[in-house]
Design a protein around this ligand. Structure first.
Ligand code: AQP
Length: 331
């Protein structure tokens, strides 16, 4: 039996280089070895305001970006979260296991709530829904970026608490699966913040669909320092981030990169990084454009219908087990 993997990305914008290097690219590498489910986290996306038409379009875009990045719909279950109602249902039940105190400590909530005027309950509760996503499918591993480690720890705590409360091993305790080197890609405009697709400063992120000129422009504008020496150091967060990106794409280590650019200034280095990014995104963009043709609409819908069916079969069994354990009267 292959081990179970589950992961998802929110359709809260066009996917970024951070989503690609921190998540998608790693999913592609593991799809043969594991039994994988990848979903589009639309329930999570509405924890901050979304324009309905844009959300629908972004959801379709994410599906196409998954496939264009190399996820094989024949090998993996690909589905939209809201197509499987058990995610919301288990989310509610786990709300009655999770503690306010532990949710208040979540860094993502602290960061995102600072940017909102009216903070939605869903934003606070996001990690509980994430726990439900994972626990529904008995995931062994959850491939996430470093930024999501805290949420996964919470999932483990909630699962353990639930199992202890009802004295039954209902939930498997999942492990994180984090690619160390590309753990966290930072914003180009503020390298102390992670690169995010919903960043209001569009120059902070590179989207998977950005054309080469746009990538060059954004990388050239990236915030660095005045030393003009390509050196990997924590006191040079901008250069460190660009070196991380370059290293993730080329597989070169930091010493090799320092040697390669020892006689170069930031201008030359940035251009090399930008072109390397553009080269790596080119085939993804070509495949995306192909999938985006109207004649492929039925094909994409059929992948999602099949994915929802496969996921629902597993999720409904888990929710039935959970309801029985908590003492709900059966139908
Ligand atoms: N900057 C990043 N570096 C490495 N990994 C990242 N991920 C996201 N940003 C980076 C990884 O992408 C996966 C899915 O992310 P998500 O869209 O579900 O949520 P997020 O982490 O909140 O991503 P964004 O782009 O920052 O979305 P918004 O702007 O809507 O909040 C996760 O595995 C994450 O680790």
């Amino acid at each position: 039996m292959k081990k179970q993997i589950l992961s998802g990305i929110q359709p809260s914008g066009i996917l970024t280089l951070g989503n690609y290097l921190g998540a998608l690219r790693n999913w592609v590498k593991i799809q043969d070895e594991y039994d994988c489910k990848f979903f589009i986290a639309d329930l999570h996306a509405i924890t901050v305001s979304q324009d309905p038409e844009t959300l629908r379009q972004n959801t379709k875009n994410v599906i196409m970006q998954y496939i264009a990045s190399g996820l094989d719909p024949e090998k993996n279950t690909i589905f939209v979260q809201s197509h499987v109602h058990e995610h919301a249902e288990l989310g509610w039940i786990l709300n009655c296991t999770a503690y306010m105190g532990e949710l208040s400590r979540m860094t993502q909530y602290k960061d995102k709530s600072k940017k909102q005027d009216n903070i939605k309950v869903g934003l606070f509760d996001y990690p509980v829904l994430m726990a439900a996503d994972i626990l529904l499918y008995d995931a062994d591993f959850v491939p996430v970026g470093e930024d999501q480690r805290q949420h996964l720890e919470l999932t483990r705590d909630v699962a353990q608490r639930f199992n202890n409360t009802y004295n039954k091993e209902i939930f498997k305790i999942p492990e994180p699966f984090i690619q160390k080197e590309t753990g966290r890609i930072m914003s180009l405009q503020d390298p102390t913040k992670k690169m995010s697709k919903s960043d209001s400063n569009k120059d902070g992120f590179i989207s998977l669909l950005d054309p080469r000129e746009e990538i060059v422009r954004k990388v050239k504008k990236a915030v660095t320092d005045s030393e003009n020496v390509i050196r990997y150091s924590d006191d040079k967060p901008g250069i460190k981030n660009l070196m991380n990106i370059y290293s993730a794409i080329t597989d070169k280590n930091y010493e090799e990169i320092e040697a390669e650019f020892k006689d170069a200034g930031y201008g030359e280095f940035k251009l090399a990084v930008a072109n390397t990014i553009a080269d790596s995104l080119e085939p993804i963009q070509a495949k995306f454009n192909e999938l985006n043709a109207p004649e492929n609409n039925n094909y994409l819908n059929s992948i999602l219908a099949r994915g929802a069916k496969e996921a629902s079969l597993i999720a409904s069994k888990k929710v039935a087990e959970v309801k029985e354990a908590v003492g709900f009267l059966g139908k």
